[in-house]
Design a protein around this ligand. Structure first.
Ligand SMILES: NC(=O)c1ccc[n+]([C@@H]2O[C@H](COP(=O)([O-])OP(=O)(O)OC[C@H]3O[C@@H](n4cnc5c(N)ncnc54)[C@H](O)[C@@H]3O)[C@@H](O)[C@H]2O)c1
Length: 317
């Protein structure tokens, strides 16, 4: 049985499992009366708005239970790690605009920024909850998932975005520097994915895992591919986004670190990257959030194991 929303306003679309080919058309809220076309049966007159809304919600719940695309008629929730600022903040706000309730993770020392993001999300009409924790510590990541599920309900999406940068010559890197980079940028992603995947499997209705990768996080790309194969049977997709040069506090750190090495004044290393970007401009966090919005939506249901470059054309895949 196929369900069609004539104008998209109902937020329902997709294919119900089963052998019937009957189609139910659900009309526009703006254009009553409602008509329900049940294929070979005569057209039945419209259901009242209240009834239709109930019907829409019930059908949406059915989709969720079957592991199909979620509808905006049912609330969805997402965790975004490192969401106090930069790319994570833009992702949290974008997913809130898309209809997600958001669990906002970052380090407790950034509680002021997290509080602001939580307030911004609430102003968009969605629920938001802070969950402080270091993603490189598994128990803290598990507590974050528990907080999200307890406060926002079943989990639909995790965005493992938290990351750090460290600028120095590879030959000068000390054991502690390398360890911390890998603890946050790789182990932090693994722990976030594991904790979310366990929750998705418990819920039994699929889920979406989205990881931050980049040239310096090739291990994340590789892990994303392995996990995508491992979790496909659970209707869980696993993808990554690889930003290019994004104007965020991370790039301030990179610009400063490079300046200390090559002597260029503040901001100069950031500006210099423009010559390597096909689109001719550096990126803003919202550029990346648009890709994550796609990866978090049902539009990407048939995409898994991919690392999506969002770099304005620095590298061609
Ligand atoms: N900015 C870029 O140009 C760029 C390029 C490629 C990849 N990335 C990746 O995108 C992601 C976001 O980058 P950004 O530019 O927004 O960085 P950012 O430094 O502006 O923000 C990162 C956030 O992560 C948080 N964080 C750091 N360590 C954490 C930990 N252990 N636990 C929880 N939170 C932690 C920080 O407190 C910060 O709020 C990172 O994973 C980064 O590696 C960024």
């Amino acid at each position: 049985m196929a369900l069609t929303s004539l104008d998209g306003n109902t937020g329902i679309g997709g294919l119900l499992p089963g052998k019937s080919d009957r189609t139910i058309h659900i009309g526009s809220r703006a254009q009553p009366p409602w008509m329900v076309d049940v294929g070979p049966f005569p057209q039945v007159p419209a259901l009242e708005m209240g009834h239709m809304t109930t019907c829409a919600i019930e059908i949406s719940i059915l989709f969720v239970k079957q592991g199909f695309a979620t509808s905006k008629a049912v609330s969805k929730s997402a965790i975004v790690t490192g969401a106090g600022q930069g790319i994570g903040k833009a992702i949290a706000l974008r997913l809130a605009q898309d209809g997600f309730d958001i669990c906002v993770n970052d380090l407790e020392m950034n509680s002021g920024m997290v509080t602001n993001v939580v307030e911004d999300i609430k102003a968009l009409g969605r629920k938001a909850v802070p969950a402080y924790g270091d993603v490189s510590k598994l128990p803290q990541v598990e507590a974050m998932v528990d907080t999200s599920v307890n406060q926002l309900g079943p989990l639909d999406v995790i965005v493992a975005n938290a990351g750090i940068a460290h600028v120095q010559w590879a030959m000068d890197a000390k054991e502690a520097d390398i360890q911390r980079l890998f603890e946050v940028n790789f182990s932090g992603v693994v722990y976030s994915d594991q904790a979310a995947a366990r929750q998705f499997i418990k819920q039994g209705s699929g889920g979406k895992i989205i990881n931050a990768a980049s040239a310096t996080k090739a291990a994340v790309r590789s892990f994303t591919q392995s996990l995508a194969m491992e979790l496909a049977d659970h209707k869980i997709t696993v993808n990554a986004y690889a930003p290019g040069v994004v104007d965020s506090s991370m790039w301030e750190t990179i610009d400063k670190g490079m300046g200390e090495i090559n002597g260029l004044p503040k901001g100069e290393n950031f500006q210099k990257t423009k010559s390597t970007i096909t689109m001719g401009r550096t990126s803003v966090p919202e550029d990346v959030a648009k890709m994550v919005s796609f990866l978090a939506s049902s539009d990407s249901d048939y995409v898994t194991g991919q690392t999506m470059l969002v770099d304005g054309g620095i590298a061609f895949s």
